[in-house]
Design a protein around this ligand. Structure first.
Ligand code: ZN
Ligand code: ZN
Length: 277
């Protein structure tokens, strides 16, 4: 088990959480992905899915936790789970929070402090009891959160910026690339480099190519662009992620059939999906 590398999805939705019978199978929680590299826990994004991961961890006997949480960026759908993450309230835990998209002079600590501030939110980040360490970096830098785990990062094309991650462990690689917008007809070189020959690519597939022209400049991409990028970069499997809240289960079923045909082994992410790269 020391070399086990797993990916589990707790929130797969983009922009805003949604509930109801039309989204119940894929799930309505916003971005949160858990990765396990041997005994290490790495969390990517802190959308509403984070609360469910936290509930699972808080009941886990393997506490205390010494873990890392990486943010693609700090748009609301990617951070709104933070104040509801139970492991942050346990004093025995140590967390490092990472962000690579903030401009000079802005820090993750300050952003979180402004988001958890009255009258937007009743209590400040000081209510957390865990030891929290804020680590700002610049997208493009390589990170090594623990021995044997390498993270490569790249800036993404998104309003206010965002960071794409490539996690390498025991000779395998998973990429987490959301939120990002493509330029039709020209593959993003920085994304291609990040995902080159990766085993698994989790990609911003908010729209379809047919829908995209209505959303130019909104900062998101399409599942078809994900397929084109993976093929060009010779990445093995695409995971369709960051679903539009208006895409219901039936529509996502249809995308699942098409993406599996276009790039065999590819899947549409749903809450509870667990993959091994
Ligand atoms: Zn988003
Ligand atoms: Zn965003």
């Amino acid at each position: 088990m020391a070399d086990a590398f797993t990916v589990r999805f707790w929130g797969v939705r983009g922009s805003i959480a949604c509930s109801g019978p039309r989204t119940v199978r894929y799930g309505g929680n916003t971005s949160c992905v858990e990765m396990r590299c041997g005994g290490r826990l790495l969390v990517f994004d802190a959308g509403t899915g984070l609360r469910y991961l936290g509930n699972a961890l808080a009941g886990d006997a393997s506490l205390p936790l010494d873990a890392d949480l990486f943010l693609t960026h700090t748009h609301f759908d990617h951070v709104c789970g933070l104040p509801f993450f139970k492991p942050f309230f346990l004093p025995q835990n140590r967390w490092r929070l990472w962000a690579g998209h903030l401009a000079e002079g802005m820090t993750l600590r300050r952003v979180l402090g402004e988001f958890m501030m009255s009258p937007l939110f009743p209590v400040p980040p000081e209510v957390f009891r865990s030891e929290l360490e804020y680590r700002d970096f610049r997208a493009g830098e390589a990170l090594s959160p623990a021995p044997g785990i390498t993270l490569r990062t790249a800036p993404l094309n998104h309003p206010d910026g965002a960071t794409g991650y490539r996690i390498e462990y025991e000779g395998r690689s998973v990429c987490y690339v959301t939120d990002t917008e493509h330029v039709p007809g020209s593959l993003d070189q920085s994304v291609l480099t990040l995902i080159a020959q990766a085993d698994l690519v989790i990609y911003d597939c908010m729209y379809t190519d047919a829908e995209y022209p209505r959303y130019v400049g909104w900062g998101h991409s399409t599942w078809q662009e994900g397929v084109r990028l993976c093929k060009q970069a010779r990445a093995k499997r695409l995971v369709v992620f960051h679903h539009d809240p208006d895409h219901d289960d039936d529509m996502l079923d249809g995308i699942g059939r098409e993406v599996a045909k276009a790039l065999p082994g590819s899947v549409v992410a749903y809450e509870g999906l667990t993959l091994e790269p």
